[in-house]
Design a protein around this ligand. Structure first.
Ligand code: NAD
Length: 320
């Protein structure tokens, strides 16, 4: 049966893929996005230009605006909310921790307040592998305390998870926080590693090889993330935290080599220390996602990188 789903951050990288998939299966989608300038708002408009459809209502607004959030929730008969809107830069969060707090924590609180008396709305929150911070438990398992986040971004996401627990406890809300692991694919955010590696290789700029390339990321293709998000939106599960990764980390040096092969160009590798905000390895234990969501990532890193590269070639290089 068709559902009505509010997607915050609808015009972003993951949001635009999610909206497309929900519309494709016949849902009514209400998208909310502020089109902020963390990266080009034109890019975000282009993201959703491709998915304009009869059952898609796009609202331009900010989750920090509590009155607006209340109004949106009151005016639509929502089955679920997928809350993706956020300031999402790990390193950038050091420069403006107050903004990260206002959007990621207070913005989430506005949504929790808005559905306080509506426990029939299933809330899915976008969280992140960054919350695992300085943990020594690898692979990352959801019951890790996650009390040593290494950036204001990670701390804000962990705070949002914890606030959501309180609202689940007090108001019986269904909330699933999904911890995404290094998502990549077409429409990737330009500040993310996959995008920067391709862009730097193509334009002959240095590619920083952090920690001599001995950095592992659990790269997860965006379609797999979207499948996990939709499964969570369809299942009220009380309060859950669930990893969405691929479960097979790839070394940065191998990731760069894969892109070199596709582009037919060599990277100018430049040794660089790992930033203080970053961990050497991310690795998701995805057994909980398999069990509760039927999650089964389909796209290997070589396949995903090839699709990302095709998009970059058609949409970024042709416009450059
Ligand atoms: P994105 O920046 O492309 O998308 C976020 C969208 O939210 C943007 O379109 C932005 O305009 C919007 N937004 C920002 N602040 C807003 C506000 N105050 N009100 C309304 N809209 C606002 O980022 P993304 O990579 O698509 O990430 C989506 C979510 O997934 C974020 O919550 C992010 O923290 C989380 N996440 C992403 C990754 C990843 O690898 N991309 C990994 C872990 C978690």
């Amino acid at each position: 049966m068709s559902k009505t789903i509010l997607v915050t951050g609808a015009a972003g990288f993951i949001g635009s893929h999610l909206c497309a998939a929900l519309l494709q299966r016949g849902d009514q989608v209400v998208g909310l996005d502020s089109f902020n300038d963390y990266y080009s708002p034109e890019r975000k408009r282009a993201n959703i230009e491709e998915i304009r459809a009869k059952h898609f209502a796009l609202l331009e607004g900010d989750v920090r605006d509590a009155a607006l959030v209340n109004k949106v929730v009151a005016e639509h008969h929502l089955d679920a909310i997928v809350h993706l809107a956020a300031m999402a830069g790990v390193r950038a969060s050091i420069r403006d921790p107050h903004l990260y707090h206002a959007v990621n924590v207070a913005g989430t609180l506005n949504l929790l307040d808005a559905i306080q008396q509506r426990p029939n709305i299933n809330l899915v929150l976008a969280s992140t592998s960054s919350v695992y911070g300085a943990t020594e438990r690898i692979p990352f398992v959801e019951d890790d305390p996650c009390d040593r986040p290494m950036s204001p971004y990670a701390a804000s996401k962990r705070a949002a998870e914890i606030l959501a627990y309180t609202y689940h406890h007090l108001y019986n809300l269904n909330v699933t926080a999904l911890r995404f692991f290094t998502v990549y694919g077409p429409r990737n955010r330009p500040d993310m590693m996959a995008y920067k590696v391709v862009d730097n290789i193509f334009f002959g700029r240095d590619v920083p090889l952090y920690n001599h390339g001995h950095v592992f990321r659990d790269w997860t293709y965006v379609d797999d993330i979207v499948a996990g998000v939709i499964a969570a939106a369809d299942r009220p599960l009380g309060y859950q935290i669930i990893n969405l990764g691929r479960g097979e980390p790839v070394q940065l040096a191998d990731f760069v080599a894969c892109i070199e092969e596709l582009t037919g160009r060599r990277a100018n590798l430049a040794a660089a220390p790992l930033p203080d905000t970053d961990i050497i390895s991310t690795h998701a234990d995805i057994s909980k996602a398999r069990r509760l969501l039927g999650y089964a990532p389909q796209t290997s890193v070589p396949e995903g990188v090839e699709r990302f590269w095709q998009w970059y070639w058609r949409h970024v290089l042709q416009l450059a």
